[in-house]
Design a protein around this ligand. Structure first.
Ligand code: AMP
Length: 428
């Protein structure tokens, strides 16, 4: 029987890889401009990294983790999100001793056992950022700004920024009992997951997909009525900073996010075009979380961050018909005439590559047709043709297929033609 890839995973090849790497490049370039540096953490962690921080009432920990026991009888988990490993890394390496705000980004695979569907995979990729060491609404606004700048740079303009605040612990300590009191008489009418959330984390009932838009959900008490004066001032400052940065947003009081660790502001960037098949798809999600450092026996670390789903950004590019630029430099194919010249061609290809120019040769064929086919297949801009006559007279013919011009040059003019720097002139 043929073995196929696991459902909910993707093979990338051809243009899909171009798209994937282009998104990575755009994210990284912009994050670096904002002062972020890269962190690479392992793809698996001790299971406790997620249980302690993401929370036992979250869907992720409850039912979506790829957890296994290794040969040393340890419980390990393929990372189902990036924030907890980053905090584990920050605390374990005592990076909090460095002064100032720490700003990190990561890019890599994430694993969740969710029901596969369009935009929802078992293995997908996140580009995420985390900042540690500061609680300030201007920072939170600038983190949202970074996410918007990435969207703009990719040309994904149909994006709605949804924003909410979950307030401080104090506000939630008042709000959660009010929520419980409200939901208690309605529990029988609600979905099975909500019955569990009612016990473990009633806040999570607000973002229930099954019970959304029901009478019960529409009349639910609002967190905004429970915020402290300080919470309100923080949220106002954040909105004000977003206004100054020219970022449009919608405040959505049902936005709570599926992970337990958030406090204060939470946000999502949502694809917004009612005529599109991916309308409502969340491309990016994040918020502030101030208590996670303690989950790793570290100090109090004030933190804010977000994560983008890369495959979903790819879907958005496709949806908008945006083609990413070809990342490859102008390629060369060397075409040879006559068997003895093949090796001369190989040496020429090697010289070009050594000088940073992508070059290929048909190893097999002496006929012109298959050699031109190769040039076509690899989309070569330049075609260099050498035959025995050229070798004898130290010449070569170069065709620039973009400019549609053909020139015959001396071999020792090759460096000038391709702007290769270096004193050594090429010779056959
Ligand atoms: P989260 O870690 O759940 O806040 O998700 C952050 C982002 O990752 C989401 O906004 C999505 O773009 C993406 N994402 C989450 N789950 C999946 C999944 N199963 N498949 C593909 N992308 C996902």
């Amino acid at each position: 029987m043929r073995i196929n890839k696991i459902k909910g995973t993707i093979d990338f090849f051809g243009y899909e890889v171009e798209k994937y790497r282009y998104i990575e490049k755009v994210c990284v370039d912009i994050a670096k401009k904002f002062g972020y540096s890269e962190v690479i953490t392992p793809i698996f962690e001790a299971t406790d990294v997620f249980v302690r921080s993401v929370g036992e009432s979250s869907d992720i920990v409850n039912k979506e983790m790829y957890t296994f026991t290794d040969r040393g009888n340890r419980s390990l988990t393929l990372r189902p999100e990036g924030t907890a490993p980053m905090m584990r890394m920050f605390v374990e390496n005592k990076l909090y001793v460095n002064p100032g705000l720490a700003k990190y980004y990561y890019f890599g695979p994430i694993f969740r056992y969710e029901r596969p569907q369009k935009g929802r995979y078992h293995q997908f990729t996140q580009f995420g950022v985390e900042t540690y060491g500061l609680e300030n609404p201007l920072l939170d606004a600038d983190v949202i700004n970074l996410a918007c700048k990435i969207m703009n740079a990719l040309g994904i303009e149909n994006v709605k920024v949804c924003l909410n605040t979950l307030g401080s612990k104090e506000a939630r300590n008042a709000y959660v009992p009010a929520l419980k009191e409200y939901f208690a008489p309605h529990l029988e009418e609600m979905c099975a997951d909500c019955k569990v959330r009612f016990e473990k984390n009633p806040l999570r009932m607000l973002d229930c997909k099954a019970d959304a838009n029901t009478e019960i959900m529409n009349n639910v008490p609002k967190i905004s009525d429970y915020l402290t004066e300080e919470d309100k001032a923080y949220f106002e400052e954040l909105k004000n900073a977003l206004d100054i940065l020219g970022i449009k947003y919608e405040v959505s009081d049902k936005l709570v996010r599926g992970l337990d660790y958030y406090s204060n502001d939470v946000f999502e960037l949502i694809y917004d075009n009612p005529d599109s098949a991916i309308n409502g798809l969340t491309l990016c999600a994040g918020g502030r979380y101030n208590d996670m450092g303690r989950d790793f026996d570290g100090p109090d670390v004030k933190a804010v961050g977000f994560a983008f789903g890369v495959e979903r950004m790819m879907m958005a590019l496709d949806e908008l018909g945006i083609k990413v630029p070809d990342s490859s430099k102008d390629k060369v194919t060397v075409i040879t005439l006559g068997k003895p010249v093949k090796k001369v061609g190989l040496k020429l290809v090697d010289y070009l590559r050594s000088n940073g120019i992508p070059a290929e040769i048909d190893y097999q064929s002496d006929n012109l047709k298959p050699q031109f086919k190769l040039a076509e297949r690899i989309k070569a801009r330049y075609i260099i043709i050498i035959g025995e006559d050229e070798v004898a007279s130290n010449m070569m013919t170069i065709k620039d297929t973009w400019k549609q011009v053909e020139v015959k040059i001396k071999v020792n003019e090759l460096n000038e033609y391709f702007e290769i720097e270096g004193a050594n002139k090429y010779a056959y």
